[in-house]
Design a protein around this ligand. Structure first.
Ligand code: UD1
Ligand code: CA
Length: 458
């Protein structure tokens, strides 16, 4: 098989985004647009991938530093033909596929037919038929129905403007063809640019057949020029992900109100309510229920767990049958054993919570390990930070921590121990002991409150 070069154009300014960030770095589903294109490109196993950069070149180099790509710099944007010309030097001798950093939803399947057809006598062009072709280059065909030229909107006659078959810009040819044609381009047109699209007429003139194909859905070849288009493609992409999840057996309260910015893997009969955001790698076990407006990032939630409304979970593993939230915040390093409960307004961090243990309300548990069946009362705080270092709190099985307790770490509460409400625990507590540090309650009966002094006596 012939080797493949992929050239991704990404030198344009993206003025209409009104942003300091280069257009192709704007995120779609949490990932830069150009990364979507690179991911699709990688599926084609190219020998090389070049990204043509210009505006925001340094930002792009940095953002793509760990990618298997090389860069070709286009210092002045003199048109798409001129952009591709910057990549010529590094091309191999096989086929060349031209893609665009601002066309993120293209699928590999839409390219395979074109790639298969290309040889010295054939090139490939992806076209799309649009109800409103305004702004696009139009595909001119001869009487035999062969594509023979692309005419840009600004150069088109009224007859040509009526053509609804449009150029997507995506094309494939051999490296030899491209090297032959690009030097022949001229900027003698309405925009004074070197149009890549003119290679179609050059191919036709040489008797090389331009094979065309259309994507399965027009949205695959839609480019992003402004924030509104960006938001539209985001919803399209999210809907595709939602449809896939539903096919896999996930129940979504509303497939149009789900956002996945990464990879969400679900068991059967997972239910996800409206407004949830999933980031990074998230795994939900069988029968997990996620309430409305939760944000879950890089976490695993075990089977039959319930995450109630407005919970924020990051970097956690919940073993299963867990009850989380509403309004819980689980930070990185939280490990919940089976049946552990973390309730409303509880924050955990780097905390292991044993089987069946409960932190039901208004607590902070950080840098701690709780055994099984521990009960942590409302308002309990692990004082893990001394201003310089973090310290560990250890709580044994069956311990009972009364409400409003401060556990000053490093500290250990033994198995079965009881800490009375309102205690400040700075020393270790023995197994099965009762400990209390609060002052005794004093009562004075029939207490007369002070009264205000009369103004006459002053
Ligand atoms: C181009 C096509 C048009 C097609 C349309 C599809 C040409 C001449 N026209 O028009 O037929 O219907 O795309 O969207 O190719 N770029 C560079 N360097 C440049 C110029 C452009 O890198 O000097 C990049 C841009 O960043 C952009 C892409 O090429 O990603 C397309 O350029 P743009 O100016 O948007 O082309 P259109 O006028 O839309
Ligand atoms: Ca464009």
């Amino acid at each position: 098989m012939q080797e493949l070069d992929i050239v991704i154009l990404a030198a344009g300014k993206g003025t209409r985004m009104r942003s300091h960030i280069p257009k192709v770095l704007h995120p779609l589903a949490g990932k830069p647009m150009v990364q979507h294109v690179l991911d699709t490109a990688a599926m084609l196993n190219p020998a090389r991938t070049q990204v043509v950069i210009g505006h925001g070149a340094d930002q792009l180099r940095n953002a793509l530093a760990d990618q298997a790509v090389t860069f070709a710099v286009q210092t002045e944007q003199k048109g798409t033909g001129h952009a591709v010309a910057q990549a010529l030097e590094q091309l191999g001798n096989g086929k060349v596929l031209i893609l665009y950093g601002d066309v993120p939803l293209l699928k590999r399947e839409s390219l395979s037919e074109l790639l298969a057809q290309v040889d010295e006598q054939h090139m490939g062009l992806l076209t799309v038929t649009l109800d409103d072709p305004t702004g696009y280059g139009r595909i001119e065909r001869n009487d035999a129905g062969e594509a023979v030229a692309i005419v840009e909107q600004k150069d088109a006659s009224s007859a040509q403007l009526a053509i609804t078959e449009c150029n997507t810009g995506i094309m494939v040819m051999t490296s030899a063809q491209l090297k032959r044609w690009l030097p022949q381009l001229s900027a003698d047109n309405a925009q004074g640019e070197y149009y890549l699209t003119d290679v179609i007429a050059l191919a036709a003139a040489e008797g090389i057949k331009v094979c065309t194909a259309q994507p399965k859905h027009a949205v695959e070849v839609e480019g992003v020029n402004n924030r509104a288009q960006m938001a539209r493609l985001e919803r399209v992409y999210q809907r595709q992900l939602a449809d896939k999840l539903m096919e896999q057996g996930v129940a979504l309260a509303d497939p149009d109100r789900l956002d996945v910015r990464g990879r969400l893997t679900c068991g059967h009969d997972v239910f996800i309510d409206v407004g949830c955001v999933f980031e990074g790698d998230v795994e939900l076990g069988e029968g997990v229920r996620i309430g409305p407006y939760c944000v879950i990032k890089n976490s695993t939630i075990g089977a039959e767990s319930v995450v109630d409304t407005h919970s924020v979970i990051d970097g956690c593993v919940a073993a299963g049958l867990n009850q989380i939230g509403p309004f819980a915040r689980l930070r990185p390093g939280t490990r919940l054993a089976v049946k552990a409960k973390v309730g409303n307004f509880v924050e955990t961090k780097n905390a292991e919570v044993g089987e069946g243990s409960k932190i039901n309300h208004l607590s902070y548990v950080g840098d701690a390990r709780l055994g099984r069946d521990v009960n942590v009362g409302a308002g309990t705080i692990t004082c893990n930070y001394d201003g310089a270092n973090k310290h560990h709190t250890e709580i044994g099985d069956d311990a009972f921590i009364g409400s409003n307790t401060a556990l000053v770490a490093p500290v250990t509460v033994g198995k079965g121990a009881t800490v009375a409400a309102g205690s400040t625990i700075a020393e270790d507590v023995t197994d099965d002991a009762l400990v209390l540090t609060r002052g005794r309650q004093i009562e004075k009966q029939d207490w007369l409150r002070p009264t205000k002094a009369s103004s006459l006596t002053k």
